[in-house]
Design a protein around this ligand. Structure first.
Ligand code: ADP
Ligand code: ADP
Length: 227
């Protein structure tokens, strides 16, 4: 099973001679197929946690496991490979390449895989239709609405068919109706494709889309029942 297990994790940032402890002893489990919203005050370490779970950053103590993989102990190259196969990232400001079309943005992560051009094209086709953007495939990000750009961002995150989607404020730059559209998509990816989703958010509507809400405050988690 590909659950995430975080055991006694410590994370410090060093700034010059000073160290700031973000968590000293964080423990939690996120089951495979779960949809978790992480909420809490600005600066509480939500993005840090997402970076630790996604193997972009490493803990200073404790361990993080994804299924049988102990990601906190992997070498840099093993971690990069693990990330490419297992994790998709969705960002607040989409992080699309402005001079590439929707379909080229989605294809980008596939260029790092062993898929042939034909297999990449088929994969992009499938994902475009999944996120409802087939008729926008040739558009540049600047020619798309915010909601459409975020759907391209989600499609790119899905390109290599990862089990885990990590979303940092995915609705933070969207109006209500675009936000609802993006959240509906995340709920479908979770319920129908079984993606495990961990989403950092300040948005109550987004938090209500999740199955679990974890509040991070002063380096500890408090579980709240999802509404
Ligand atoms: P949140 O996402 O909850 O707003 P962050 O994880 O971004 O919180 O940041 C938690 C704290 O750690 C903040 O005080 C932030 O300024 C600090 N921080 C984050 N990243 C770094 C870094 N790379 N170096 C030093 N301090 C950092
Ligand atoms: P958010 O609050 O949405 O996480 P921030 O602007 O606080 O956004 O941080 C964005 C990123 O910048 C963080 O994930 C972290 O890597 C980096 N960062 C934040 N605070 C600091 C800091 N004090 N020093 C260095 N890097 C930081």
């Amino acid at each position: 099973d590909d659950g995430i297990v975080i055991n006694n994790v410590r994370k410090d940032y060093r700034i010059g001679k000073n160290a700031v402890t973000i968590f000293s002893d964080l423990t939690m489990t996120i089951g495979a197929g779960d949809f978790v919203a992480i909420v809490g005050p600005s600066g509480s370490g939500k993005s840090t946690l997402l970076n630790l779970i996604g193997g972009i950053d490493r803990p200073d103590g404790g361990d993080i496991n994804f299924g049988h993989a102990r990601i906190s102990r992997m070498s840099e190259s093993a971690l990069t490979k693990w990330r490419g196969a297992n994790v998709g990232f969705v960002f607040q400001f989409y992080n699309l390449m402005p001079m590439l079309t929707a379909e080229q943005n989605i294809e980008l992560p596939l260029l790092l895989t062993s898929l042939t051009a034909r297999q990449r094209r088929e994969r992009v086709e499938t994902i475009l239709s999944l996120v409802g953007l087939t008729d926008r495939r040739k558009h540049l990000p600047s020619e798309l609405s915010g909601g459409q750009q975020q759907r391209v961002g989600i499609a790119r995150a899905l390109a290599s068919d990862p089990k885990l989607l990590l979303c940092d404020e995915p609705t933070g730059d969207l109006d209500r109706s675009s936000a609802e559209e993006v959240l509906a998509m995340l709920r479908i990816l979770n319920a129908e494709l079984g993606k495990t989703i961990v989403m950092v958010t300040h948005d109550d509507m987004a938090a209500r889309s999740a199955k679990r809400v974890l509040r991070l405050d002063k380096g500890q988690f408090v579980e709240r029942e999802a509404a």
